[in-house]
Design a protein around this ligand. Structure first.
Ligand code: PAF
Length: 280
């Protein structure tokens, strides 16, 4: 596997693939790769000739009091995982390479509305950071397709919107969430959970499943269901941030029993913020 650290090498490598008529799939990550990421690589591999990933803990998407400094960095193990899954290349830039003038003066990409809801309301600037780095990486790699996990449902919706709004010729593939045996969605942040918190964590998915069953059973009082789910999360030991029954496309709060829906949730267990979702 090619380990690429400069923009010149990256452009040269992807240009050589393009010249050979090869279809390029891209999987952007922040590293600390788990089975969910490796599944993205497998899906990418099945849909393209070449798979390139990136590992970059993007400072622009972390808030002032968030875990940028402590975010797990496990490059050696990540490279071993990517090699096992036959990725062709990994791009591992430094913050200096991505933001040479610093974050304060960096041009940014912001997707309005979709970026302001749910996680956007509680993590100001987060999605601006995500869309800016993903746009930059898309411009550097120029892939034909790019794969993202559905666990970050709002992120996926924002990237789809950005690609449409900016007319980027890239097909975006959403890949189903990988879960532990007890239902907990795989996430790099699960590593922060204490033993006791890890034992409680599957309750988040269980609450979403119960909510889905109630809606399927004909309960359409969505706002009351959301409140009830938050109360259940609190009983299970979480500090709920939001549980929102939303329209699958616009992500605005659902009102119509006929519209396609997704339940989006975020809650803290101790100091760890977990998110999950369930499509209806
Ligand atoms: O989902 C992530 O890991 C990140 O938000 C992404 C898409 C790699 C951008 O930094």
């Amino acid at each position: 596997m090619n380990i690429v650290t400069t923009i010149a090498e990256l452009r040269e490598l992807t240009a050589s693939w393009r010249r050979a008529g090869q279809k390029i799939a891209f999987v952007p990550t922040m590293g600390n790769l788990h089975q969910g990421h490796l599944q993205l690589v497998d899906v990418a591999k099945s849909r393209a000739d070449k798979v390139i990933t990136s590992i970059f803990v993007n400072p622009m998407q972390f808030g002032q009091n968030e875990d940028l400094a402590s975010y797990p960095r496990t490059l050696e193990a990540d490279i071993a995982g990517l090699t096992r899954h036959a990725a062709d290349a990994v791009f591992t830039p430094t913050p200096q390479l991505m933001y040479p003038r610093g974050l304060d003066v960096q041009t940014f990409v912001e997707v309005p509305q979709l970026g302001d809801l749910h996680c956007g309301a509680n993590r100001p600037g987060h999605f601006r950071g995500v869309s800016t780095i993903v746009c930059k990486l898309f411009n550097l790699v120029q892939p034909d397709i790019a794969c993202f996990g559905k666990k970050d449902f709002q992120q996926l919706a924002i990237i789809r919107q950005m690609v449409t709004d900016l007319s980027l010729p890239i097909e975006i593939i959403g890949v189903a969430t990988e879960r532990a045996g007890d239902g907990l969605a795989l996430s790099s942040r699960n590593g922060y959970l204490s033993k006791d918190e890890r034992a409680k964590a599957p309750a988040l998915y269980q609450v979403l499943q119960q909510l889905k069953a109630q809606i399927a059973g004909g309960n359409h009082d969505y706002r009351a269901l959301e409140q009830q789910a938050k109360a259940q999360l609190a009983v299970a030991g979480f500090v709920p941030d939001y549980v929102n029954i939303s329209n699958q496309q616009s992500l605005t709060l659902a009102v119509d029993p006929a519209e396609p829906k997704v339940i989006l949730a975020a809650a803290k267990l101790g100091s760890t913020r977990l998110i999950d979702n369930l499509e209806l």
